[in-house]
Design a protein around this ligand. Structure first.
Ligand code: BES
Ligand code: MN
Ligand code: MN
Length: 465
């Protein structure tokens, strides 16, 4: 008796989930130097899983940061080639006390799998692997299309290593399109393709005042305070309604088309429910002349993430710190350019720096914004696959988040990306109690299997001249 790939996936759901749990137990936090060995271990586990499944040319590619895992299977002559991307690094889990079950002890509760990385992106990346496995086991160790795999371990810290690899070795990643599962569905049960991402600049502003920390009684009133200076600077970067006040910052912004705006209006979205259920604040903020989805998807932002400096321990210490820093990022939208934005940002900050303070603005990482071309057969195959699994038409959305490599796929490899994600709006990405809806994990695997079958029914496009 023969088994179809979908049947194989259904018969193996329990095993697939328990393997994912093993992956989630590895604390592959890319930003913490002390977790370096765990990040590498995670890469090794993925490499051996790719090997077990039957992928070929598996290797760990060293970078200046964490290793890349690459693999391929290229035995479908005349068929398109898919570049499958995912990231195996995760965000730090703090604040730990907010987690109901520990972040690196994956736990099932009411149909969800809770763990750091459950949905961003280990769980979603793993769906690709399980789709390969199902197709190969049901089809005499063959795939219906050609596949290249690239997994990175530093997406959450800007993805420098993979960007360099893509720039230097485009021939090793030659493909007709990329598949990325690192985004969300707009609503439960509503198949979604993400066709736009914001870019970003992530910066650190350092302010220095006195030569050393000072007693705030003996010197307060006469000595400059770098934390106050940072507050004054930051307060001048935005007006009370949320407009960014950096001169010329909106110059390059290209608004979404009339058609795209109309499509966004017809999405099932309530600003009030978003405020109550997702944000949980008493008011939403931001430019009043733009809808909430526009503010999230097609307008730039400026946010402060933390201000390390001075005394932050329990109790009180009367000190004027000599030095303080602020982590400040901006999200960018088409057609803003990260380098140009950083220039304007740092020039303006220098120009408003209070007397007695020296500021230094440092760029930690950046990514360009992205809109995806949708007029290609891979997008059609994706909507077809999702119709079969979810029984509904796909909506096209943008996302406010960033995935730095997507721009490089477009600019260096000249291929479109299909961003087929299965997260949900309440999955708590980057926050305590991150989760992945278990049904979405299994449905996602089925959608990807059907997508690969659909693409495998097509011929490879004629080579570019
Ligand atoms: N998967 C997210 C980005 C995302 C989230 C896209 C939700 C669409 C919907 C990704 O892992 C992420 O968090 N990216 C960082 C990138 C940054 C550190 C360069 C981000 O957006 O903050
Ligand atoms: Mn991600
Ligand atoms: Mn993330």
């Amino acid at each position: 008796m023969t088994t179809s790939p979908i049947e194989f996936a259904r018969d193996n759901q329990t095993r697939f989930l328990s393997e994912l749990k093993n992956l989630l137990r590895i604390p592959s936090i890319s930003t913490l130097p002390e977790n370096r060995a765990h990040v590498r271990h995670c890469a090794q586990v993925l490499a051996s899983e790719l090997k077990r499944i039957g992928m070929e040319h598996i290797s760990l590619v060293e970078t200046d940061g964490h290793p890349l895992v690459i693999a391929d299977w290229l035995h479908a002559p005349g068929k398109p080639t898919c570049l499958c991307y995912g990231h195996y690094d995760v965000q730090p889990p703090d604040p730990l006390e907010e987690w109901i079950s520990p972040p690196f002890e994956p736990t099932e509760r009411d149909g969800n799998l809770y763990a750091r990385g459950a949905v961003d992106d280990k769980g979603q990346m793993y769906m690709h692997l399980k789709a390969f496995e199902s197709l190969m086991r049901a089809n005499k160790a063959r795939l219906p299309l050609n596949v290249r795999v690239i997994l990175e371990g530093e997406e959450e810290v800007g993805g420098e290593g993979i960007a360099k690899f893509v720039r230097e070795h485009p021939e090793k990643l030659k493909a007709d399109f990329a598949l990325i599962s690192d985004t969300e569905m707009f609503a439960p049960g509503l198949p979604t393709l993400c066709v736009g991402l914001r870019g970003m600049i992530y910066t650190e502003i350092e302010a220095r005042g006195a030569a050393t920390d000072l007693h705030s009684g003996m010197y307060g009133g006469a000595a400059p305070n770098p934390l106050i200076a940072l507050c004054q600077i930051i307060a001048r970067l935005k007006d009370p309604e949320g407009r960014i006040t950096i001169p010329g910052i909106y110059e390059d912004v290209v608004p979404p088309s009339v058609e795209e705006l109309a499509a966004w209006k017809s999405l099932p979205f309530s600003a009030e429910e978003f405020q109550r259920n997702e944000v949980g604040a008493t008011e939403l903020t931001g430019e009043p002349e733009f809808s909430v989805l526009e503010r999230l998807w097609s307008r730039p932002t400026l946010e402060v993430h933390g201000m390390p400096g001075g005394f932050t321990g329990a109790g009180a210490k009367t000190v004027i710190p000599a030095r303080a820093t602020a982590k400040v990022s901006m999200r960018l939208v088409p057609n803003m350019d990260a380098a140009r934005v950083f220039e304007k940002f740092s020039a303006y900050i220098s120009s408003i720096c209070p007397a007695g303070i020296k500021v230094n603005v440092r760029l930690i990482h950046s990514a360009d914004p992205m809109v995806i071309r949708t007029g290609n057969p891979y997008i059609q195959a994706a909507t077809g696959a999702m119709r079969e699994v979810f029984g509904r038409e796909t909506v096209f959305v943008r996302s406010g988040g960033s995935i730095p490599i997507v721009g490089d796929f477009e600019h260096n490899l000249h291929i479109p990306s299909v961003m087929m994600g299965f997260g949900l709006p309440d999955d708590n990405l980057h926050a305590p109690n991150e989760k992945f809806k278990i049904a979405n994990f299994h449905n996602g695997i089925e959608a990807i299997i059907r997508f690969f079958e659909g693409v495998g029914a097509m011929s490879a496009p004629a080579p570019r001249p």
